[in-house]
Write a protein that binds this ligand. Structure first.
Ligand code: ADP
Length: 179
């Protein structure tokens, strides 16, 4: 039974690797970024609220995500495990997840994909998603360092945290993750 949180900066390859690993393990890959992007594309109420934050590279308000994550983790396909990608992104989201998992009598493990900032910027500029403008990238990296990176310590104390070097060819990173 695998319940995994993928931590790491934007552009680290969380989405790519989480997708591959989730397929191998036959568990859902839950990406809050993808869920939000699809909500924006469909212009749902959630998407309309999230759009401006995402374009600027800011975090969308916690309250837009908490119910969404609770509902997703309670769906039948998540009973045999999951990979969370892009959540939690700050300490308050992590505390929420902590209590949620306690309520559900579940534990999780954590993977931290490490990639230096200069590599990230090059990757994100090359990707060309609509929120990959130089300004939004700078904002996302700043927010990552201020709000998300502290979660490495949070999970080191609370659960199993594995650091994986993400500055390598895709297949090598996948091999490390499998091991
Ligand atoms: P990346 O990791 O490359 O920044 P994501 O697809 O994970 O991309 O997220 C894209 C955007 O969606 C973020 O910049 C943010 O605005 C929003 N987002 C995704 N997950 C969260 C979250 N857990 N909390 C707040 N905002 C989020």
């Amino acid at each position: 039974m695998a319940r995994l949180i993928f931590l790491g900066p934007p552009g680290a390859g969380k989405g790519t690797q989480a997708k591959v690993l989730a397929e191998l393990l036959a568990i859902p890959h839950i990406s809050t970024g993808e869920i939000l992007r699809s909500a924006v594309a469909k212009a749902t109420p959630l998407g309309q609220k999230a759009k401006d934050y995402m374009e600027k590279g800011e975090l969308v308000p916690d309250e837009l995500l908490l119910d969404l994550v609770r509902d997703r983790l309670n769906q039948p396909d998540a009973h045999n495990g999951w990979i969370l990608d892009g959540f939690p992104r700050n300490v308050s989201q992590a505390s929420f997840l902590d209590s949620l998992l306690q309520e559900m009598n579940q534990t999780c493990e954590c993977v931290n994909l490490e990639v230096p900032d200069e590599v990230l910027v090059a990757r994100l500029l090359g990707r060309g998603r609509s929120d990959d403008t130089p300004e939004a990238i700078r904002t996302r990296l700043d927010i990552y360092h201020k709000e998300t990176a502290p979660l490495i310590g949070f999970y080191r104390e609370r659960s199993t945290l594995r650091a994986i070097n993400g500055d390598r060819p895709l297949e090598e990173v996948t091999e490390s993750l499998k091991r």
